[in-house]
Design a protein around this ligand. Structure first.
Ligand code: SAM
Length: 273
């Protein structure tokens, strides 16, 4: 019988945030696949857990997949952990989970810390609906497209950012997204935990020389505003906006008709011509 694949969340700073179940699973599995074995070793040593470790980072995830799947098929139970937080969330995990499901291997989540969710719940922004963007693309064009998407997003947007890039990202947000409530959540669960809330200008002012791990949360735009923005585009641009989100033709036509308050047929006829 195949073993089980556990995705185990680990703390994002404060070691007390590890769960009892996470410790139990880490003690019980045959092998731990870690994003950085040195980091995970420190965590395991702290909790006096001795377990074989194998590296499974972003750059070798595809190669490691086969090794891990074979071990699971041999009946070994494996835990996937990342350096911090929930595996698979801007961290390795997704590739092996997809493969395990294809191979009918049981995949089990072991919940715990996730920086995005914890920043969101104390942000003071809407929590009912949100969009997680992870890290913004480095490519200039793709980055601009993502920022445009955030500008038109009605839900709370969440971005992960590296400390040395925060200045540039805030500058880009000011240029493209502009007037919006922003929250910068820093060093969650650590000694210097801090939340800076306010306009983009205020965040830029206060984030000078800030260090540590950071997340940006951006208030969603009013729906009306979004519709106005879209309705001011040409029909082709309006179409492209939805196409970039991977929406299919039929659905795009439906959405454009809804945004513009016209019939689907009217939009359909336009594109046929
Ligand atoms: N898998 C992790 C999770 O569940 O949140 C995220 C890993 S991602 C590689 C690292 C990014 O998460 C950081 O650049 C930062 O944006 C955010 N992050 C992680 N820990 C954090 C913390 N303690 N405080 C603020 N942001 C944090």
């Amino acid at each position: 019988m195949s073993g089980k694949l556990y995705l185990v969340a680990t703390p994002i700073g404060n070691l007390e945030d590890i769960t009892l179940r996470a410790l139990k699973i880490l003690k019980e599995v045959d092998l731990i696949a870690a994003e950085d074995t040195r980091n995970t070793l420190k965590l395991l040593n702290h909790f006096e857990i001795k377990k074989p470790l194998i590296s499974n980072h972003r750059h070798n995830e595809e190669q490691k997949e086969e090794v891990l799947i074979n071990k699971l098929k041999d009946g070994q139970n494996i835990a996937i952990v990342s350096d911090a937080g929930t595996p698979g969330i801007s961290d390795p995990g997704e590739v092996i989970v997809k493969k395990a499901i294809e191979e009918n291997i049981e995949v089990i989540p072991v919940p715990g810390a996730c920086a995005a969710i914890n920043a969101l719940i104390v942000s003071g922004l809407n929590t009912a609906e949100f969009t997680f963007y992870g890290f913004l693309p480095l490519n200039k064009k793709l980055r601009k497209e993502k920022l445009e998407e955030i500008k038109n997003e009605t839900k709370t947007s969440i971005i992960y950012e590296a400390p040395h890039k925060i200045k540039d990202t805030l500058k880009d947000l000011k240029e493209i997204v502009d007037e919006r409530k922003i929250v910068l959540a820093r060093e969650l669960t650590k000694i210097h935990e801090e939340f800076i809330r306010g306009s983009i200008e205020k965040i830029i002012e206060k984030s000078e020389n800030l260090k540590g791990e950071m997340i940006l949360l951006i208030e969603g735009t009013e729906k009306k505003e979004k519709e106005n923005v879209l309705n001011n585009l040409s029909l082709e641009e309006h179409y492209n906006f939805y196409e970039k989100q991977g929406i299919d033709k039929k659905e795009i036509i439906k959405k454009i008709a809804k945004d513009r308050g016209v019939s689907k047929n009217e939009i359909y006829q336009y594109f046929i011509k």
